[in-house]
Design a protein around this ligand. Structure first.
Ligand code: FMN
Length: 305
């Protein structure tokens, strides 16, 4: 998730959530290949127990090929192609959800990534399985799951994850899981696994969805913000939340020693909830610039003692 699943976030989620898979932020293949410095930070890889997949966006098959090589060189376990981002800046370049309108190009990109993974495995002597996956939506203005997912299946990716909203819906309304059921039926006799995504709020709900729609898995996005415990189905105490919040800050400084801690503010707001006067504490946390600031604010609460 853009601006969220950086290396410190992935570190904390790996330790306290232990999901099966975690993805990087989406990374521009063009920015990566043209050497933008910020991208190196986004792709920073560290050893995790959780399978870690690098997600890329763009519209140039050649850049995707090269990006796949970089992902393998860095040690990622998979390469995911974003075909779902509805942001104007991405969509208008023909990337993200813009690829739903370019089914032929979408297939070319998948095939380029597959080739990149194959060549990268040879180049870097990698024997373990490296997945090629796609994260997309159900359609452009209206769901077009049947034609769109059938188009993607022709290239035999390892996984297709469907966020059950159209491009036009962005994040509004409810995810339409019946469309994920349609995709699962289409993929039944293929090598491709289907993951569902959209509005999952708990581990129990995730398991129900998997059973109901016969899926290989589901992805959890917003409900995991400030909440790595969701993957274990555990509700933490406030004391535990504060402990992990501080650990997350320390990891941030460790991974990015020259970055400003203000980048962490949104995460602090996500952790600091469900205790008396949480709103006031959150307001104060929105001003912090150092771990000392964070400790000082938390130490005023009873839960910190
Ligand atoms: C802040 C934010 C950043 C996101 N960034 C990405 C991204 O980089 N790549 C991606 O595939 N989806 C991204 N998404 C979409 C989520 O992965 C997910 O599809 C969507 O939020 C629906 O799932 P949820 O209801 O579990 O959150 C982002 C969503 C949010 C809220």
């Amino acid at each position: 998730m853009d601006g969220v699943t950086d290396a410190p976030f992935r570190y904390i989620t790996d330790i306290y959530g232990k999901p099966d898979i975690i993805y990087t932020e989406f990374i521009s293949v063009k920015g990566l290949i043209l050497g933008k410095a910020v991208i190196q930070r986004m792709l920073l890889h560290h050893k995790t127990e959780t399978t870690t997949v690098a997600q890329f966006f763009g519209c140039e098959p050649e850049y995707f090929y090269q990006a796949a090589l970089v992902a393998l060189e860095k040690g990622y376990d998979g390469v995911d192609i974003n075909m779902g981002c509805p942001d104007k800046s991405v969509f208008h370049r023909g990337a993200g959800a813009g690829l739903i309108l370019q089914p032929k190009l979408a297939k070319e990109i998948i095939l380029s990534v597959k080739k990149g993974v194959k060549d990268g495995k040879e180049k870097y002597n990698i024997e373990r399985n490296i997945t090629v996956s796609i994260k997309t939506r159900t359609g452009y203005r209206e769901p077009q799951t049947k034609e769109w997912i059938s188009n993607l299946l022709e290239t035999e990716p390892d996984v297709i994850c469907i966020h059950a909203r159209t491009f036009a819906q962005k994040y509004s309304g409810l995810a339409d899981w019946s469309q994920i059921g349609i995709a699962a039926d289409l993929a039944k006799n293929t090598k491709t696994k289907i993951f569902g995504n959209g509005d999952i709020k708990s581990k129990n709900q995730a398991i129900q969805r998997i059973k109901e729609f016969n899926l290989a898995g589901v992805l959890i996005g917003r409900a995991a913000l400030g909440n790595p415990w969701i993957f274990k189905g555990v509700i933490p105490t406030t004391k535990e939340r504060f402990k992990v919040l501080l650990e997350h800050c320390k990891k941030f400084v460790e991974f990015f020693p020259t970055a400003n801690l203000s980048i962490m503010r949104k995460h602090l707001g996500w952790y600091a909830k469900d205790f008396p006067h949480a709103a006031e504490v959150r307001n104060e946390l929105m001003q912090v610039n150092s771990i000392e600031n964070v400790k000082k604010i938390l130490s005023k609460t009873q839960e910190f003692l």
